[in-house]
Design a protein around this ligand. Structure first.
Ligand code: HEM
Length: 352
């Protein structure tokens, strides 16, 4: 019963795959044994409620809190996992993740400080900044009209900041599709999950500097041919060549925060005419109309598989909500630190 080299190879690669799969399952299992639902049940039973009300209160006064917190969790988890390293201030001359170019326009650090101080008042030294980030992003999605998704808790905070990783590994707005797919694949996300995650761009502000090249000098002096021509005129009227740091408003927005390529300059906000429940669908529909704001967004329609998911999410709200929720859970569990592997920072900006 001798096997040919080809068969042996096949068997080896099958067993390798099984081994990798087993390792993945073991790791997931280990993570989930230490992370669990209602981790603070005994140590700080009101933790999740405190975070929920704090985000709600902030949102009532400043709706920009929702997109800011949602973006923060992505930038944290994508870089060496969800251990709140993005929140660390520079210390002892060591550069922090915050200072890395892709993180330059992150907002919401002060919102996290406010939430943290409420938790420290109620249960000192118990709730980690990494859990605050994950839970606050979840509440933000809900407030912005997206789905609720259940989250485990028990993440611990890290002690390192990864300036280089943040600089080189966070995806960029001008990336083409294959670069984006590879970048997300390196963190374990397939194409469907990548398309669903980018639905987060349903809300928030995009500054002109991230799309100005598409409007004027995409290839030489030409604009990006993938932009709808009327939309191009509109964007050009909002994003003046000489003021690339101003911000136009993104896709049509049903609420002050949704789908807006909104402008820091008030009065230059462009809203979608759409139902209140547009989180997700309106973003994908805008892509189908060639009205994506960032090149990276519009590129999702350029691939066969990604294009299929864009079309599916544009019309099937429930499918989008289910996929987005599941992918946010996966994002929020990336390389978490649990038990003695990390600490609970007393101040999210500094290690203890
Ligand atoms: C290919 C991947 C991605 C790229 C290149 C990218 C890039 C960007 C850029 C350039 C902005 C505009 C920032 C500004 O003008 O200040 C932005 C905003 C935003 N991004 Fe992404 N992003 C990506 C994926 C994601 C993911 C996966 C999420 C969340 C799950 C996310 C959430 C957001 C949110 C909510 C905003 C609005 C932030 C605000 O208004 O404060 N992004 N993104």
């Amino acid at each position: 019963n001798r096997k040919s080299p080809f068969e042996k190879d096949k068997i080896r690669s099958q067993s390798d795959r099984r081994k990798i799969q087993q390792e993945d399952e073991d790791r997931d299992h280990a993570v989930h044994q230490l992370l669990r639902y209602d981790y603070y049940n005994e140590t700080c039973p009101s933790a999740e409620q405190i975070i929920r009300s704090a985000v709600q209160e902030l949102y009532d006064r400043r709706p920009e809190v929702a997109p800011a917190l949602l973006r923060l969790v992505f930038h944290d988890c994508f870089v060496e996992g969800c251990e709140a390293s993005v929140l660390l201030d520079p210390a002892d001359g060591i550069e922090s993740e915050k200072e890395a170019l892709p993180n330059e326009s992150l907002k919401g650090f002060d919102f996290i400080d406010i939430i943290k101080s409420k938790l420290e008042e109620a249960c000192p030294g118990v709730v980690s900044c990494a859990d605050i980030l994950a839970l606050a992003a979840r509440e933000s999605v809900l407030l912005a009209g997206g789905p609720f998704y259940p989250l485990y808790t028990g993440r611990k905070d890290g002690t390192d900041s990864y300036y280089e990783v943040a600089t080189y590994e966070l995806p960029a707005p001008q990336d083409n599709l294959s670069k984006t797919i590879n970048s997300f694949a390196s963190r374990g996300f397939d194409e469907r999950e990548t398309v669903s995650l980018l639905g987060a761009h349903s809300v928030g502000t995009i500054h002109c500097k991230f799309l100005i090249n598409r409007l004027y000098n995409f290839s030489g002096t030409e604009p990006d041919p993938s932009i709808d021509t009327e939309f191009l005129d509109l964007l050009r009227s909002k994003c003046n060549h000489s003021h690339p740091s101003s911000s136009p408003s993104s896709s049509p927005s049903p609420s002050p925060t949704q789908n807006s390529l909104s402008n820091e300059n008030p009065g230059m906000k462009m809203d979608y005419e759409g139902p209140q429940t547009g989180f997700g669908t309106l973003y994908y529909r805008s892509l189908l109309q060639r009205k994506g704001l960032l090149f990276v967004d519009q590129q999702l329609t350029a691939g066969e598989e990604t294009g299929t998911w864009v079309r599916a999410y544009a019309w099937d709200v429930l499918l989008f909500e289910r996929d987005f929720g599941l992918t946010m859970i996966k994002l929020s569990n990336l390389q978490v630190l649990t038990g003695p592997m990390g600490q609970v920072r007393l101040n999210c900006r500094k290690v203890n």
